[in-house]
Design a protein around this ligand. Sequence first.
Ligand code: FES
Ligand SMILES: [Fe+2]
Length: 375
Amino acid sequence: MPELDQPQRQPTDALMLTGFWYRALPADRVHRNQLHKATLLEIPLVIGRDRAGQPFALRDACPHRGMPLNCGHFDGENLECSYHGWQFDVHNGQCQLIPSLTPDQHLKIDRIYAGSYPCEEQDGFIWTYIPDPSPQGAGFTEPQEAPEPAPVIEKFGAPGKEKYKLAYLTADMPVSIDHGIIGLMDPAHGPFVHQAWWWRSRHSIHEKKKNFEPIPYGFRMSAHTPSSNSAPYKLLRLYADADSFTTTIDFTLPNLRREVIRAGKYWFSSLTTVTPITRNQCRIDVVAAWNLFRWFPFGAELLKFVFGKFVEQDRRTMELQAEGLKHNPHLMLIDDADRPAKWYFQLKAAYLEAKRTGAEFRHPLTGPVTLKWKS
Ligand code: FES
Ligand SMILES: [Fe+2]
């Protein structure tokens, strides 16, 4: 179909994709022998760490009569429901004890399970794998395994010996996952939402041309020397004393935005996710790792300050946008600035279609594309 010159109307369906890893909670907020509540894709979870510090994630509902398990008692190994005292192994959800059973009652308790989710700690976050909903048999379903490990931030240097700093930032956004994500990849809001004297002003708007290419389940903005109109980049180039200065930005389903900046031996790498909490609520988590300014005592604080401003500006904007969205308007996506947003919807549709039909995933991008916009 030819590209129309008309703006394209696009409904958001706020559909949340299962079969992926999602960031549940910052790791430093989850303590040993304690229980924490979290919600992912409208699923209530109880998250914790066992005695050895291993994280776990259970559905926050007892398979007996639905009591939230976070109200229960946790001894560092088993979780005891506060209603009738059933006990569950926190790592696989398997029932260990039903106190009301008499010795001659031979209920097979090892066939009873509390919902349990694969759980991993990676780069300062507890990740939880949300499988496709199982057909039925809640209460008797063994946990599913994740097909691959949780996503990691790309790091450089001798394997296992990389030296770097790590920092994260998190903010709740009162909008659906789709608005959260397309807000993240939208290049045109920069000059209006992210103004700051040390970054850029709206008067610095100029034409940009960027190359994109398909990658599995996503697209990449190809390596290039970042735009010269922002002071931090100028500073970086000076500091790294490098001619080759490249950055790549990848987006992949369901919600991952990776940015890697490399200049000589220095690198800065981030993995930003927008996590669906409920239909109308998402959370943005930016986690960055870097080896520049590693010796600089305020590195992490400075980074949090800079990123914090950005994220707060986005959060505030989405809070206002949510007001408008209450009345359920359609979206309008224009070329070329909103093309990445269109790709996101197409990728999502292709993923769901492949799942539905069992056919191969059909990537919406067939080859490299150059987009132009002013920002
Ligand atoms: S509701 Fe949990 S043990 Fe009965
Ligand atoms: Fe933004």
